[in-house]
Design a protein around this ligand. Structure first.
Ligand code: ATP
Ligand code: MG
Length: 427
């Protein structure tokens, strides 16, 4: 039988991959903490209806990308559940379930989660991937919109790639202004309805604004001179957007207004934004977010506003790799003990065991390699020092310690070796 392979669109992680994950996670947490965001986590799966309502029935995710199944249960209800395709709906569920609106607003939180979408896999597009995300509940101030965008911007800055990413912002209005706008847009599109792609024909009634965002050539030709949401905002929405732009200017954050950004979620209101990489090819959106003032209530909660973003970890790491901005991580032994003979095997085991308890990274041979192979191994592992132990050394109580950088050797006393070595590396 051929050996079993992983499912296409999933990933295995080697230590060197996880070192990268640790690195970006640490920087993300640092940026979140300095902005006073705190980490929450939610289960890997939720009831399907949470996403149907939370992301919106007309979105691609709900229509064709969700991993949904009915778990077998012994008696009791058998309700359909879905692997989390994104983070916001679950966080809003949690917010409502624990009445977090009772906490003094705003509530600022972040998460780091696996996401599951049944998509055709391509570079930068997986069936299981990961998102960093943040959400803020309970403030409709544009200062919060700015803060959310700036947090992502500072993250990219700390990673050294901010000048390789473009920030695009837009305002998608409110339910009311969008309703009026959608009517206007339908009027404009109606004469060309038959030439729209099948997906857009479907969008025409349900969510015509998404036609603006269609990547099909025909649809793009049709919408070229279409009225834009940004020119049809209500007065307070316009003011909100103008304020956001001023705040980004104050923070020295560079952006471009792109009136064609619509974004997936049906519940987005006012601010929508994307961070787009110029370097990772067609799956170029690294981070996307926006305000969703109607979502908390839509999911059965109070009338509380929200805003957040989701940031794809795989695409981010891909960018850092391609731009040469990923630091190198190497394991480093403080000490490797090369041994020869049974007595040395025992002695080296004892030393390694004691030193590890003092935080010294060290190891010995476990597979009976030749002395030469052991020295090579120590070199490959970036050992700072190597101690050579054989029968003679055990008998005389003295051995040679080699500094692997300088190749200098010094004689050491085995009876006091552990304390002496600790002093040496801590010096
Ligand atoms: P796209 O336009 O690439 O399909 P999206 O609009 O579906 O993205 P969001 O739902 O906004 O993406 O998710 C936020 C981020 O998560 C994306 O900007 C991207 O970096 C990442 N992401 C989304 N889908 C995938 C996937 N299938 N594999 C890897 N990363 C993904
Ligand atoms: Mg998508």
């Amino acid at each position: 039988m051929n050996s079993i392979q992983r499912v296409t669109g999933t990933q295995d992680f080697f230590p060197e991959d996880l070192a990268k994950v640790d690195y970006v996670t640490r920087i993300f947490k640092e940026v979140c903490e300095v902005h006073d965001y705190h980490q929450y986590d939610t289960p890997t799966f939720e009831y399907t209806r949470l996403f149907k309502r939370g992301i919106g029935e007309t979105t691609d995710i709900v229509n064709k990308e969700m991993f949904t199944f009915i778990p077998r249960q012994d008696g009791g209800e058998e309700e359909s559940i879905t692997l989390k395709p994104e983070g916001t709906a679950s966080i809003v569920r949690l917010y409502n379930q624990y009445s977090l609106n009772n906490k003094k607003p705003p509530l600022k939180l972040f998460y780091h989660i696996p996401c599951f979408r049944n998509e055709r896999n391509q570079k930068g597009r997986f069936k299981e991937f990961h998102q960093f995300g943040i959400e803020v509940f309970g403030s409709d101030s544009a200062t919060v919109d700015a803060e959310v965008i700036i947090l992502a911007y500072r993250f990219f800055e700390k990673l050294g790639i901010v000048d390789k990413i473009e920030l695009e912002i837009n305002s998608v209005g409110s339910f009311e202004s969008r309703k009026a706008y959608n009517e206007k847009l339908r009027e404009f599109l109606r004469p060309n309805f038959d030439n729209l792609c099948e997906t857009c024909k479907d969008r025409f009634e349900k969510n015509p604004m998404r036609i603006i965002d269609c990547k099909e050539h025909n649809c793009q030709q049709i919408t070229k001179n279409a009225p834009l949401m940004i020119d049809n905002l209500y007065e307070d929405e316009k003011k909100h957007f103008e304020k956001l732009k001023k705040l980004l200017d104050i923070a020295n954050v560079k952006y471009k207004v792109n009136p064609y950004i619509v974004r997936g979620l049906d519940y987005y209101t006012k601010t929508a934004f994307e961070f787009i990489s110029k370097d990772i090819g067609s799956q170029a959106t690294v981070c996307g977010g926006g305000r969703y003032d109607g979502l908390v209530a839509e999911l059965g909660g109070p009338d509380v506003t929200g805003i957040g973003f989701g940031l794809g970890r795989e695409r981010l790491i891909m960018m850092l790799d391609e731009l040469g901005k990923m630091p190198t991580f190497e394991t480093k032994y403080d000490l490797y003990i090369a041994t020869l003979g049974e007595d040395a095997d025992f002695k080296s085991f004892e030393i390694v065991n004691n030193l590890r308890q003092k935080g010294i990274v060290c190891d010995k041979d476990h597979v009976g390699k030749s002395l030469k192979a052991q020295m090579k191994y120590a070199d490959d592992k970036n050992a700072n020092y190597t101690l050579m132990l054989g029968d003679n050394e055990i008998a005389s109580g003295k051995a040679m310690l080699k500094n692997m950088k300088t190749s200098e050797q010094q004689e050491v006393n085995l009876s006091t070796f552990e304390e002496d070595f600790i002093k040496l590396v801590k010096a």
